[in-house]
Every structure is written in C-alpha cells, then in structure tokens.
Design a protein around this ligand. Structure first.
Ligand code: ATP
Ligand code: GNG
Length: 275
C-alpha cells in the first residue's frame, strides 16, 4: 500500500514548506515527527506504518544509545541496562544530577538522526516519500527539557545554556532539520502508565503518574493549545495531525487498518484545519 500524499494532512505538508530537494532536485522527501507521551505507542504505530506504507520510512528514537553511552562510540554490548554508562537509567535515578547531561546527549543524537540522508529505497519510490522520526530536536526542548526545568531537575543556568546551544544549532542547520508536519499520538496519561507497566522497560519502573501527567500537559500546550513559546518560525504554522492513541488496536488488525485509514485521512484531526 502506498499512501497518497495529496490529501488533508499531507496536502498541507506540501503547502506549508518547500520539501527537501534530493538528488539534483528530482525527488521530494517530506519529514514528519511522531510525538507523544512515554509508552503511548509511537514505536508500535511506527512499526505499523513501516509495514503498511511503502513510501514512508520510520527512523526510531535512539534509545539504545542512551542506554549505552560508551557503546554509542564503540562496540554495542548485549545487555545495555547493565553497563556503567546507562544514561537513561542515571537520569531516572538521579534526575537533578543527570537531566542536563541527558538532554545534551538526547538532543545531539536526535540531531544526528535528523541529519542522516534518506535511504536509497526512498529515493527510488515514485510517490512522494516521507521520512518519519520518532520524536525530534523540537520535542527534546519543548517537551522534555522544558519539563525538567519546570520540575526543578534542570537549573536556571543549565536551562539557559541548553536553550542557547539548541537555538544556535537549529538555526545553523536550518532547512536540514526542519519538519513538514507532526503526528501527535494523544492518550490519557493513565493509559500510558498502563502500557509503560506492561512494556516493563527496566529504567522506567520508578516513573509515577504525575510525571506522565506533566509530560501530557507539555504536549497539549505545544501541539494543541499552542501556548508554548517556540523559537523557530517554521514551527509556528506546522500542521499537526492528532490521533486518538487511546484505542487499543495492538492485537486487532481491523482496528489497526481503521486507525491508519481514519487517522491519516480525515481533516477534522488536523490543527490548524486545512482550508
Ligand atoms: N494502541 C495500542 N493498544 C494497546 N497496546 C499498545 C498500543 N500501542 C502500544 N501498545 C503497547 O504499549 C507499550 C508501549 O508501546 P511503545 O513501545 O510503542 O510506546 P512508545 O510511545 O514508543 O514509547 P517511548 O515513549 O518509550 O518511546 C508496548 O507494550 C506496546 O505493545
Ligand atoms: N528526560 C528525557 N528527555 C528526553 O528528551 C527524552 N526522550 C525520551 N525520553 C525517555 C522517555 C522514555 O523513558 C525513553 C524512551 O523514549 O526515554 C526522554 N527523557
């Protein structure tokens, strides 16, 4: 199945930004990020997309790098959560000590991901192709780093330093790290909590509901209410497709098909609405 990109959300992708011109201007590739709370189902949705839609390429969040900082620059190890450099675990165990370090590493790894050239498979597809990132340098700042600052885990100086280099890097890379749209997987924090427990990622076992609630509010403020102050012009009118990720579709093939079909096609889910 090749989703056509000429309707609703995706028609507004091409309206709002002139997409990347790759290979001497012959191929258009749009870039979209999937955003949402912890364990809302981004990877699951991404796998679904990868299977269902041939002109979409999903690039996963680099979590394994965060679980093994040394391995990120040398050889990977088989049990990352047991290494001394599991920054994800360190951040959850001692957020005041490690949140700033975590945000520098997560943002740098996201930047690398967003700067990677598209795979040749995408360049050979005749339909307009879409590169989909799980989260982005923008959620790094407007969701997580901001939340850690508001929770007091990143201090005022660290927050100022983070914002300074974040703005500098995003401006320097310019169009290379811009997005043409965002897919917001939205679900109540209680559902995310249930899924987080079910998934059982070792580092996340101490996460409390109020942390997921604060992240939920950050998503709502940035992507729905538009009350988060953003610092990059292209983000201000970026189309956001909001999908109800509370649907329990994981084991239900029919519901999966509906989720893809209904989520991606109707314009009622789009903020701002298409004209
Ligand atoms: N729609 C769904 N219905 C039922 N279970 C789901 C659904 N989506 C995901 N799950 C389950 O919830 C758990 C978390 O899903 P997943 O790993 O895709 O979340 P994520 O958003 O990628 O997480 P993270 O924020 O950590 O990157 C997994 O156990 C997955 O099987
Ligand atoms: N503090 C913090 N900042 C981030 O930018 C960030 N991005 C993801 N995460 C956490 C959520 C999941 O546990 C796990 C996988 O998504 O990593 C983050 N945590």
């Amino acid at each position: 199945m090749a989703l056509r990109l000429d309707r609703t959300f995706f028609s507004s992708l091409s309206k709002c930004y002139i997409p990347n011109q790759v290979m001497k201007g012959i191929r258009r590739i749009s870039r979209v990020s999937i955003e949402g709370n912890i364990a809302v189902g981004k990877s699951t949705f991404a796998r679904l997309l990868n299977k269902a839609v041939q002109n979409w390429e999903v690039i996963p969040e680099p979590v394994t790098k965060w679980q093994n900082v040394e391995g990120a620059t040398s050889q990977p190890v088989p049990f990352p959560q047991q290494t001394a450099s599991n920054l994800l675990q360190m951040m959850y165990q001692d957020p005041k000590r490690w949140s700033y370090t975590f945000q520098t590493f997560s943002c740098m790894s996201r930047l690398r991901t967003q700067l990677q050239p598209p795979p040749s498979r995408l360049l050979q597809i005749s339909d307009a192709a879409v590169q989909v990132y799980e989260r982005s340098v923008y959620s790094d700042r407007y969701i997580f780093a901001q939340n850690m600052f508001e929770l007091g885990c990143v201090n005022t100086t660290e927050w100022a330093v983070y914002q300074d280099w974040h703005t500098f890097l995003v401006e320097q890379f310019g169009p290379k790290v811009q997005l043409e749209g965002i897919i917001y997987l939205r679900a109540p924090p209680q559902i995310c909590m249930k899924r987080l427990k079910r998934r059982g990622r070792v580092e996340e076992q101490g996460i409390q509901l109020d942390y997921l609630e604060s992240l939920h509010m950050q998503h709502e403020n940035w992507l729905l209410n538009k009350s988060t102050k953003v610092h990059f012009d292209h983000l201000k009118n970026l189309p956001v497709l909001v999908l109800d990720a509370g649907l329990e579709f994981e084991k239900d093939l029919e519901m999966q098909a509906r989720f893809l079909r209904e989520g991606i096609l109707p314009s009622k889910n789009l903020y701002p609405p298409t004209t």
